[in-house]
Design a protein around this ligand. Structure first.
Ligand SMILES: [Zn+2]
Length: 178
């Protein structure tokens, strides 16, 4: 495998897996791409329509297959987080098996409920904008990271990329700058 191969696609995952101190970790990470930024912008657009400013999209093979926005007020359902709405929308048209090839983009790092659902579904990769630590400065959060959930899940092998367009996601909250 030459350097070019190592730096593209799955090679990045291999490199990430070999980092010192990461042995045994179930969450991997790979750098964001231009496509990632495009899909994250769509998630942020969803967040603008949410009851709280959170949005998500599920993508496979360069196509958006499901959208979700926080609908906890309109649905009178506290579990109607953007990621849960996107997962439910995806299942409207696809078998659960199809999650294995998907990436979920979300404007906020998934909470314990959503990250639990993500690993139960077998989603391949998660890309988030604002971190839980950032979000906690604006709105109540459970202080457990998506990576902690993934690393505590023996059957999960999920790629997590954080921080993409986090400033844009944070600006959706009414009380000030990121
Ligand atoms: Zn959530």
């Amino acid at each position: 495998m030459d350097r070019r191969t190592l730096l593209s696609g799955g090679g990045v995952l291999l490199a990430a897996q070999l980092l010192p101190g990461e042995a045994g970790a179930r969450a991997k990470s790979s750098p964001a791409t231009a496509d990632d930024a495009r899909f994250m912008q769509l998630a942020i657009d969803q967040a603008k329509e949410g009851d709280y400013p959170f949005g998500a999209v599920i993508v496979r093979g360069g196509r958006v297959l499901a959208f979700g926005r926080n609908s906890s007020k309109r649905n009178a359902d506290p579990t109607a987080h953007a990621e849960m709405m996107a997962i439910r929308a995806f299942l409207n048209g696809h078998e659960p098996e199809a999650f294995k090839e998907t990436t979920l983009y979300t404007s906020g790092e998934p909470c314990v409920m959503c990250m639990g659902a993500i690993v139960w579904c077998g989603i391949k990769r998660v890309v988030f904008a604002a971190s839980i630590a950032q979000l906690a400065t604006r709105i109540g959060q459970i202080d457990i990271s998506a990576r902690q959930i993934a690393n505590a899940t023996p059957f999960a092998s999920i790629d997590i990329t954080g921080g993409l367009l986090s400033g844009d996601a944070m600006r959706l909250f009414p009380n000030g700058k990121p």
